[in-house]
Design a protein around this ligand. Sequence first.
Ligand SMILES: [Zn+2]
Ligand SMILES: [Zn+2]
Length: 130
Amino acid sequence: MIRGSKQREAILRVLGSGTSHPTAKWIYTEVRKEIPNVSLGTVYRNLRSLKERGEILELYLGGTFSRFDGNSTDHYHFRCERCGRVFDVDEPVNKEIDVRVAQKTGFKVLSHHLEFRGICADCQKGNMNA
Ligand SMILES: [Zn+2]
Ligand SMILES: [Zn+2]
């Protein structure tokens, strides 16, 4: 797995540099600043393998594009309805819901996704460019 590690490192750096939960396209644009000849396909391939190895998360949010998260531990998100940014929510994941749903349905619950929606602090201040 030596080949392609330079791209992988660049992707992880891009993902770790903010809390923006970027799309693959945005990651590609950023990685290209470091590695000009990288292709979108290579970025997708690396994102997939990083996801399989549990180093990053692919988020299933109510948007057109999947977004990626450099924080691979289970956590909740808040989406701003005005600027579309996705934030991490510092709130422990509620495992009780899994147990309750499992008891009610008889299903084996592995995880759940919870997305908070509203207006972020910047947008409440009327600062659209933040
Ligand atoms: Zn906002
Ligand atoms: Zn996150």
